[in-house]
Design a protein around this ligand. Structure first.
Ligand SMILES: Nc1ncnc2c1ncn2[C@@H]1O[C@H](COP(=O)(O)OP(=O)(O)OP(=O)(O)O)[C@@H](O)[C@H]1O
Length: 343
């Protein structure tokens, strides 16, 4: 049966919306292009096309920074226009909304996510929020009411959220401000340092997706890969092309990956022993778009001696969880309304 319900995961890099009418998920870049400081020129994937290419009168920006809303005005405009673009405006009238929020942020920051819908032109009947790791757990198919402890590590664009859940709640959780964007940034830096070539963040992301490998064996030819990149030579100022290899990318990213693993180990050390034994049994669940880095799950397994589970399309695990939560009344207890604070 179709339902007038919508689930939203507002990430730093991607905006994911579940539509209960069509039972579909859309996943677009969470970015907006504003022309002449006032007109919304483009949103989502269309605005991302313009990123790092737009003339001075068009400002292309991401309204979320480090997992929290940095620009509420643009975030509201983006959501409103996204619903119009997806042709939802007629059906959302009177709809019920569920928004996922990071757990390790302040109540004021959580309230801002709620206000994105509440203060917009969308006429919602009900708006609830759910903690992201809880939605992640439901999306992973974990029995949320069980007394068994689970560790979920969600590696997104700006953040890594590490959480231990049990009995439908969060036992401990920590957000580290490191994710896929940090890797893109250091890939830009190493290409500049090594080859005197300036590349954009989009090119760096493509290099990461094609070449990043969390385990690199210098003795083996199997993991040696390369790709051609285009940029600007900082000495001549001219456009140029250059081959970048996987060993260079490994050297660049290995420290960032090891600091993520250190944070996982720190949370394991703080986990109550009874829950630790459950985690030994079930292993760690790895989610978020950056979980797709080649061999990252294997590296975490080697470093922690724990099994690591990765699901298909890990970047949509949270929104898959929200879709289940909002569609089934048995999950209603996981939803709440944040307190009305001013920010
Ligand atoms: N195949 C891939 N290999 C490596 N990284 C990838 C791949 N696909 C996507 N990513 C990275 O995943 C990140 C986006 O993941 P995700 O959608 O979970 O983040 P988000 O929810 O927008 O961010 P956050 O959780 O930090 O708010 C980006 O940094 C992107 O480059």
């Amino acid at each position: 049966m179709s339902q007038n319900v919508y689930g939203i995961d507002i990430g730093t890099s991607n905006l994911k919306i579940f539509n209960g009418q069509t039972k579909t998920i859309i996943n677009e870049k969470n970015i907006i292009a504003i022309r002449n400081k006032k007109d919304v020129f483009a949103i989502g994937n269309g605005a991302f096309e313009m990123y790092e290419k737009a003339p001075d009168n068009i400002v292309v920006s991401f309204p979320i920074k480090d997992g929290v809303i940095a620009d509420i005005k643009n975030m509201k405009s983006l959501i409103e226009k996204m619903f119009i673009k997806l042709n939802y405006p007629k059906i959302v009238r009177g709809g019920r909304f569920c928004i996922a929020v990071p757990s390790d942020i302040t109540e004021v920051e959580k309230r801002a996510f709620y206000d994105v819908i509440n203060d917009s032109s969308i006429k919602a009947k009900e708006i609830k929020i759910v903690e992201k790791p809880i939605a992640d757990a439901v999306g992973l198919g974990i029995d949320i009411d069980s007394a068994k402890g689970n560790m979920i590590v969600n590696i997104g664009a700006d953040t890594t959220e590490i959480t231990v859940t049990s009995l439908g709640g969060i036992v401990i959780s920590r957000i580290v401000k490191i994710g896929g964007n940090k890797l893109d940034e250091i890939i830009c830096n190493i290409v500049k340092r090594k080859y005197n070539i300036m590349i954009g963040m989009k090119t760096a992301e493509q290099i990461k997706i094609n070449l990043a490998n969390a385990i690199y064996d210098e003795e083996s030819d199997d993991n040696y890969e390369m790709c051609n990149v285009f940029g600007r030579n900082i000495i001549t100022g001219l456009p140029c092309e250059r081959t970048v290899t996987s060993d260079l990318i490994y050297e660049a990213i290995k420290e960032v990956l090891s600091s993520i693993i250190d944070s996982i180990k720190q949370l394991l050390e703080r986990t109550p022993p009874e829950l630790s034994s459950d985690i030994i049994d079930t292993g760690i669940y790895l989610t978020g778009g950056s979980a797709q880095i080649t061999n990252l799950s294997k590296l975490i397994e080697m470093e922690t001696d724990l099994k690591v589970n990765v699901v298909r399309n890990p970047g949509e695990s949270v929104v898959r969880g929200i879709s289940k939560i909002i569609s089934d009344s048995k999950y209603r207890k996981l939803l709440y309304t944040p307190s009305e604070n001013k920010y």
